[in-house]
Design a protein around this ligand. Structure first.
Ligand SMILES: *Cc1c(COP(=O)(O)O)cnc(C)c1O
Length: 443
């Protein structure tokens, strides 16, 4: 069948532009900075617009979907995920409702398939949202509603190392950032001290939410979910697990025990645009209590559909068919295929840790997952900044700064499907060349 000419032309341009970018991804400088020109309001036409993108935008993109971008926790896009994402736009289904399309039901199947692999409680109900921030927001809104229904009061949130998005969600939902209690963590870890948590909950009057980390951003560390579930059961607290990237441990048999206890959570967050390597933006918000969630997010109106339409469970109404890339990756790779890059990334993190230690630097935690926080010996924040600036300026790799256990550190997060051990060698060589500034020569 023939495509209308405008479609043919536009998609052909898109194909060439994408191909050029992906073909040069490994050679591209990993991070750059640049600023675009304003758009001419009179329009420039299809050919000129694509030419503009090619000449004035594409050269200044980062190589964040490539193998050596280790900043934040950043996934790439597997070939099948990217292809499914293109199809998502071509199909352009609105998944706000279940009327007249199979799309929302494909989402439900996808949500259930992942829940099963993550080992969630069989009664868990899930929805696609734009990211872990949105998923944490959905959970905080639902837990806030639970607190008001059962206790007639706003909840207090206890956590050893809550991600900043939890505080953002607390502010948006009206719980308020000031109701966050930072509980002591275990020595040289970011996992919460369970004794301190139990004491804090016992001393507290009123409803409580415990936010557990299943993969803390500076260390990859996991809270002891079994112990936290016990503590929450004793105290009548809501257990939310932020497993944005870490829950992908469930895809590898050797790592899966870290996730024990996840089936006892009241709500769970998982990002898909990180370790699943689907294109932005995609995440899952799971809850044991969909009726409560619906009471918060219901948008009933004579012209809109009814339960179980997705629009009654998340902040969004209209939205794209976000499940398709996640469906595709699981369909193509299976659990074992995804588990392979999860295990590879963890091995690469250990290789990097061993490598920087042999270069005389300090690794600031046990490398139990895919993240490494390290620091040049004795470096203060300014010296760490100078080292990191030199390293990122090589164009070989991109890492980001952090502070861990009161030390200015550099963090590297491995979450790309295409990273190889040879990339780690290349990164270590760049690090070696950057130690001690430009005056010292590489070993
Ligand atoms: C990345 C991350 C978030 C926020 O996720 P976004 O997808 O950036 O919104 C929340 N929690 C944890 C633990 C994360 O790693």
């Amino acid at each position: 069948m023939e495509l209308p000419e405008q479609h043919e032309l536009a998609l052909d341009h898109a194909w060439h532009l994408a191909r050029e970018y992906l073909g040069g991804l490994e050679q591209r400088r990993v991070a750059v900075s640049a600023h675009p020109e304003p758009i001419a309001p009179e329009g420039i036409g299809l050919n000129a617009a694509f030419a503009y993108l090619r000449d004035h935008v594409a050269p200044y993109l980062s190589a964040s979907p490539g193998p050596r971008y280790l900043g934040f926790v950043t996934g790439g896009a597997t070939p099948e995920a990217l292809a499914a994402d293109w199809v998502t736009s071509a199909w352009n289904q609105n998944v706000s409702n279940k009327v007249g399309s199979i799309a929302a039901d494909v989402e439900s199947c996808t949500v259930a398939a992942y829940a099963d692999i993550f080992g969630l409680h069989p009664a868990m109900h899930g929805q696609f949202v734009s990211g872990a921030t949105a998923a944490n927001l959905v959970s905080m809104a639902t837990a806030r509603h639970w607190a008001e229904r059962t206790h007639g009061a706003l909840p207090t949130v206890f956590a050893g190392a809550a991600h900043s998005s939890i505080l953002k969600a607390m502010a948006i939902t009206g719980i308020g950032r000031h109701r966050h209690v930072a509980v002591a963590t275990q020595p040289r870890r970011t996992a919460v001290d369970v004794v301190a948590l139990r004491a804090a909950l016992t001393a507290h009057e009123g409803p409580s939410i415990v936010v557990a980390s299943a993969g803390e951003v500076n260390t990859g560390d996991f809270d002891d979910l079994v112990a936290l579930a016990d503590v929450c059961a004793e105290a009548g607290a809501w257990l939310h697990v932020d497993g944005a990237f870490g829950l992908f441990a469930a895809f590898d048999d050797a790592l899966k025990p870290m996730t024990a206890g996840i089936e006892r959570a009241d709500s769970v967050t998982v990002d898909l645009h990180k370790w699943l390597n689907v294109p932005y933006d995609s995440a899952l918000a799971y809850t044991r209590w969909p009726e409560l969630q619906r009471e918060v997010f219901a948008a009933t109106s004579a012209y809109l559909g009814d339960d179980p339409d997705p629009l009654h469970y998340t902040p969004e109404n209209s939205r794209r068919f976000r499940a398709l890339p996640a469906w595709m990756v699981l369909a193509v790779q299976g659990r074992a295929g995804i588990g392979r890059w999860v295990a590879d990334n963890c091995r690469q993190a250990r290789l990097l840790a061993r490598g920087v230690e042999s270069l005389g630097m300090d690794v600031l935690h046990d490398v139990s997952l895919n993240i490494v926080a390290f620091a040049p010996k004795g470096a203060d924040a300014a010296e760490r900044d100078a080292f990191l600036a030199r390293l990122n300026a090589t164009g070989v790799v991109f890492m980001t700064p952090t502070v861990l256990h009161q030390r200015a550190a550099v963090r590297a997060a491995f979450s790309n499907w295409s990273t190889t051990d040879a990339d780690v060698d290349q990164i270590l060589q760049a690090i070696a060349e950057c130690i001690g500034g430009t005056t010292e020569t590489a070993p």
